[in-house]
Design a protein around this ligand. Structure first.
Ligand SMILES: [Zn+2]
Length: 311
C-alpha cells in the first residue's frame, strides 16, 4: 500500500508520525466533488466545513497538477483517483502521500492563495506516483526519483513554471543525489539524497540519452506511457527489470537497462558542471541564462517544452 511520503520539505525523507496521523485522522465529515481531466474521473474530498472560495482554489490547483501530468502522459495516467484534502492552519501545502495508485492525501493550509497553489510542487509530484509501479527491494529511488525529475518539467510544459526555475531547481537539487563516500550504487544506498535526487539524476541522464540516440524523436515520455499502457501504474508492483525492459522496448534500444547496469550497483558520479555546459545552462548573478549554441540546447528546450527538438 505504501508508495510514497512527500512532506512539505524535501529534507524530510520518511515521517512515520505524519503517515500515521494521515491514516487515522479521518473523523471530520467530508463531501466529494468530481472533475474530469485527461480521461480520468478525479474525486476531490474536502471537509464539509470548507468554504466555497477554498473549494474553488482547490479545484483550480488540482486541474493545474493534472494538466502537468497530462503534458507528459498525453492523458491522465489512471482512470480514477481520489484527492483527499485535509485542511490545516497556515498558508502552505503540507505533506502529501499516495496510496495504491488510487488515493492521494494531502494537507492544505486554510489561508492559501491562488498564487501559492500555482507555485506548489507537491501535488504534481504525488500525481506522478499514480502512473508508475511500486518496486520491491527498497528501490524507492525509481519512483521517488521519477516524481522528483518529472514534476518541474511537467509544470513547465503546462505553463506553470518558467524554464529558468526548472533548471535552477535542478542545479540546486541534483548535487544532493551524487554518491558520497561508501556509496554502494542507487540500488543499495537508500539515503534521502540518493533516493530523491540520485533517482532524479538517473532519469535525467536516461532522458537525455534517449533523446540523443533517437535524434530527439523519442524520450522518457515514451517509456512512461508504455509502462502505464501495460497496466504498470501505482496499484501494481513491478520488478526493476520489468520496468526497464518495457521502457526500453518502447524506445527501441536498451538505454534504461544499460544505465541501470552502470548506476544500480556502483557509485557512478556525474560531472554536473559539464552537463550544464552541454545543455547550455549558465548560472549568472543568482539566476539562470541559456546558451542556445550549446551542443544539447535542442534537447534542453525539448525537455521543458515537451516538443521534439526538431519542431
Ligand atoms: Zn514521492
Amino acid at each position: 500500500m505504501k508508495i510514497s511520503s512527500d512532506a512539505q520539505s524535501r529534507i524530510v525523507f520518511v515521517c512515520v508520525l505524519t503517515c500515521l496521523l494521515t491514516q487515522t485522522a479521518c473523523a471530520e465529515e467530508t463531501t466529494d466533488s468530481s472533475l474530469t481531466a485527461g480521461g480520468a474521473a478525479i474525486t476531490i474530498r474536502l471537509p464539509k466545513s470548507a468554504s466555497d472560495a477554498f473549494r474553488k482554489l482547490v479545484d483550480a490547483w488540482v486541474r493545474d497538477a493534472a494538466d502537468a501530468v497530462i503534458a507528459v502522459y498525453g492523458r491522465y495516467p489512471v482512470k480514477q483517483v481520489t484527492i483527499d484534502v485535509r485542511m490545516a492552519s497556515g498558508d502552505r501545502v503540507g505533506g502529501g502521500r499516495t496510496w495504491n495508485g488510487r488515493l492521494i492525501r494531502i494537507r492544505v493550509g486554510s489561508e492559501v492563495t491562488r498564487a501559492i497553489l500555482r507555485s506548489d510542487w507537491v501535488l504534481t509530484h504525488e500525481m506522478f506516483h499514480l502512473g508508475f509501479p511500486d518496486t520491491p527491494n527498497d528501490l524507492d529511488w525509481m519512483g521517488e526519483g521519477l516524481s522528483t525529475y518529472m514534476e518541474p518539467l511537467a509544470r513547465a510544459r503546462a505553463g506553470n513554471l518558467s524554464d529558468e526555475a526548472v533548471w535552477a531547481s535542478m542545479i540546486d537539487g541534483l548535487p544532493k543525489g551524487l554518491p558520497a563516500a561508501g556509496d554502494q550504487g542507487l540500488d543499495h544506498t537508500p539515503t534521502w539524497g540518493r533516493t530523491y535526487w540520485g533517482g532524479a539524476l538517473f532519469w535525467l541522464l536516461a532522458d537525455i540519452e534517449i533523446r540523443r540516440k533517437t535524434g530527439n524523436h523519442k524520450s522518457l515520455d515514451d517509456a512512461l506511457r508504455a509502462i502505464a499502457a501495460e497496466g504498470g501504474d501505482g496499484s501494481q508492483t513491478w520488478s526493476s527489470e520489468r520496468i526497464f525492459r518495457r521502457g526500453d522496448a518502447a524506445i527501441g534500444q536498451p538505454i534504461l537497462e544499460k544505465l541501470h547496469e552502470r548506476m544500480g550497483d556502483r557509485p557512478e558520479s556525474t560531472d554536473l558542471d559539464a552537463l550544464w555546459q552541454q545543455l547550455g545552462i549558465i548560472q549568472r548573478r543568482g539566476t539562470v541564462v541559456f546558451n542556445d549554441d550549446a551542443p544539447l540546447a535542442g534537447i534542453r528546450r525539448a525537455l521543458t517544452s515537451g516538443k521534439s527538438g526538431r519542431q
